[in-house]
Design a protein around this ligand. Structure first.
Ligand SMILES: [Zn+2]
Length: 266
């Protein structure tokens, strides 16, 4: 199975791309709505994603990416409706590897299981262009009919990072602006000062459930710890190769499927 789906809460499923190292595997969120379903992030694009989702719904699909990085945007091209922030529209239309941060240390570490994806080659991998069919920006409303999300522009990790804020359920789909792991603020188009501003905004938002771009979902207390630790100068990742070697020692199987549904709430 190229993907595994976990039911997280009412109308929210988490789809995981199998055979991708668990620290790199992005969370693909399928949010069911009355009028249409929303797909939030699309994985590395190693296997067809749309067919997997279509099998689970009869509703039309709108796909969006929280930002352009390869682990989130690799499957976007498959969808007819492709949404994202204007600041990363050019990158998504012409996704050179360096622009989607597939390069440097990330190509030197094992992020894809050769047993699951024998056709994957780090030296030839690239993602398919996915020109946006619509732009999302701060304040836009995505109304599924029975639930609605406000788009938050959350730059810093990347210039066009966005989050989806459901004020009713106090749930934030946060992309890579914040997740329960070491945060990345040193990529070529990251901006540390802008990122700090984004994090203080998230800290004060009043969100109680965080469905992030990576790792299990978490609540308000953990969000506060993550952001405060970052603000104190810790909890960042700057050298992927050294970090990977360290992780590898701690991990028994970096490619294991993880059932994170137990960690989620909301
Ligand atoms: Zn990212």
């Amino acid at each position: 199975m190229p993907f595994k789906t976990f039911q997280i809460s009412d109308g929210v499923s988490l789809i995981q791309e199998t055979g991708v190292a668990n620290f790199m595997r992005c969370n693909i969120w399928h949010i069911k709505g009355r009028d249409f379903d929303l797909v939030v992030d699309t994985g590395m694009g190693l296997s067809p994603l749309k067919a997997h989702i279509v099998a689970a719904t009869e509703k039309p699909l709108k796909a969006l990416v929280t930002h352009c990085h390869f682990d989130h945007s690799g499957g976007l091209h498959e969808f007819d409706c492709r949404l994202g922030h204007r600041a990363e529209a050019d990158i998504l239309a012409n996704p050179a590897n360096e622009a989607v941060v597939y390069g440097g240390g990330w190509t030197k570490i094992e992020i894809v299981d050769p047993k699951a994806h024998p056709e994957y080659r780090p030296e030839t991998y690239s993602i398919t262009p996915a020109p946006l069919t619509g732009h999302l920006d701060e304040g836009d409303l995505i109304d599924l009919g029975d639930r609605a999300f406000q788009v938050l522009h959350l730059p810093g990790h990347s210039p066009g990072s966005i989050g989806l804020w459901d004020v009713k359920s106090k749930t934030l789909f946060s992309g890579d602006a914040v997740y329960d792991g070491e945060l990345l603020d040193g990529l070529y188009h990251s901006d540390k000062a802008i990122y700090a501003h984004t994090l203080s905004r998230i800290r004060n938002l009043g969100a109680e459930v965080f469905h992030a771009g990576h790792y299990p979902s978490f609540g308000q207390a953990q969000m506060t710890t993550l952001i405060d630790t970052y603000m104190a100068g810790n909890n960042t990742l700057s050298d992927p190769v050294a970090w990977f070697n360290d992780e590898k020692e701690k991990s028994t199987d970096m490619f294991a499927d993880q059932d994170w549904s137990g960690a989620a709430h909301g």
